[in-house]
Write a protein of this length. Structure first.
Length: 373
């Protein structure tokens, strides 16, 4: 109804050092669905690392033309109202809006009570998927699948990953196992920013039969990852890390590596992948710089490149996006990809929620901090 308004999290100004000072909950007009659109009442939204970068004004996927703007890259809700010529959606449907279709980029993100989006940018969630799983439907699972396809391992191959205790890392392990690929993981950087992603990455390789070498910062996390299906878990701080990775994979070495840490931890990855392999950076928890062994690049033709799920998303056709969405739904239903929820905060408590989201996972019970209401 015209004239109504809604609560929304608003960024008033970009300031990297004091970004929380310019984050507030205010009022803005409740949108009305146009022809071909639906109005969604948002119910749950995870706080992703990219959301924090958005608040600071340094995330390329969040470039509003004016402020105040609403952040939020993903979330789930229910259809509140349907516009004209919408036939595939009904009021009450549980849905996920694919906000990477430029809604979030232009400052119309999920951290508000209502959002109007094109019906073609909406994915209906089956009853078998919980609200918490649906809220985390896009960023981590789509990144996980994109990284796996980029490496394209075969059954029995080894893949190395850092930040293996993250949710994405765990999912990656499971997917690899299903296809016979082995993953070497390292424990570390469980500061909350990529914990969910790491767990997903562990699960995915297990599901695909690929072996994983997993690097971690906390040795006590090893048992949990091994129980999940990790093949090898090593401490990222081991002075003989590269030798131990090579001992695990054997002379064939790993076919690729994924790394959300960067910094000095990228170097042993380039040293332990085979010729012409690629190391994919998908975050920078250890700093914006990545240290590599130049000899590996020169004489083994190892490549180090970035992976950004938003870029892949924009290169997909509508049909390809629908197919990817169906794949993720199937993997969640099979429990190959699992999500993990941390504390829930109302929109009104967004500052406290953002602070909590950046704490070590062990201090907040694991999983993503969720904004509700």
């Amino acid at each position: 109804m015209a004239g109504q308004d809604q609560r929304a999290v608003l960024i008033r100004k970009f300031d990297q050092a004091h970004y929380l000072d310019y984050l507030e909950v205010g009022r803005r007009p409740k949108p009305q669905p146009k022809d071909g659109e639906v109005l969604i009442r948002m119910l749950a939204r995870p706080i992703d690392p990219a959301d924090v970068l958005s608040l600071k004004g340094i995330y390329p996927g969040f470039r509003p033309s004016e402020l105040p703007a609403v952040p939020g890259l993903e979330g789930m809700g229910k259809v509140e109202e349907v516009g004209h010529h919408v036939t595939a959606l009904e009021v009450g449907d549980r849905v996920v809006p694919l906000l990477a279709s430029d809604y979030a980029k232009h400052g119309n993100g999920s951290w508000q009570e209502f959002i109007a989006v094109k019906a073609s940018d909406v994915v209906v969630m089956p009853d078998s998927i919980t609200d918490g799983e649906a809220a985390q439907f896009f960023v981590n699972p789509w990144t996980c699948l994109g990284l796996y396809r980029s490496i394209n391992p075969s059954a029995g191959d080894w893949v190395i990953q850092t930040a293996a205790t993250s949710v994405l890392g765990r999912q990656f392990i499971q997917l690899c196992k299903h296809k016979g690929v082995k993953v070497c993981e390292g424990v570390g950087y469980s500061n909350g920013s990529n914990v969910v992603l790491g767990r997903q990455l562990i699960r995915l390789p297990k599901h695909k039969g690929v072996k994983t070498v997993n690097l971690v910062r906390r040795p006590e996390a090893a048992k949990e990852l091994l129980d999940l299906g990790a093949d090898v878990v090593l401490s990222q701080d081991d002075p003989c890390l590269a030798d131990k990775i090579r001992n695990a994979t054997g002379p064939s070495l790993a076919v690729g590596a994924i790394d959300p840490v960067a910094g000095k931890l990228t170097k042993p990855l380039t040293e332990c992948v085979r010729e012409d392999a690629c190391v994919y950076l998908y975050a920078f928890l250890g700093g914006a710089d990545a240290i590599v062994n130049t000899m590996d690049l020169l004489f083994k033709h190892v490549k180090v490149t970035g992976y950004w799920v938003s870029r892949d998303f924009h290169l997909m056709s509508r049909e390809e996006r629908q197919k990817e969405a169906a794949t993720v739904i199937d993997l969640i239903q099979q429990k190959v990809i699992s999500t993990s929820e941390g504390p829930h905060f109302d929109l009104a408590d967004v500052r406290e929620a953002v602070i909590k989201a950046q704490e070590p996972t062990s201090k907040r019970g694991g999983g993503k901090v969720m904004l509700v209401g």
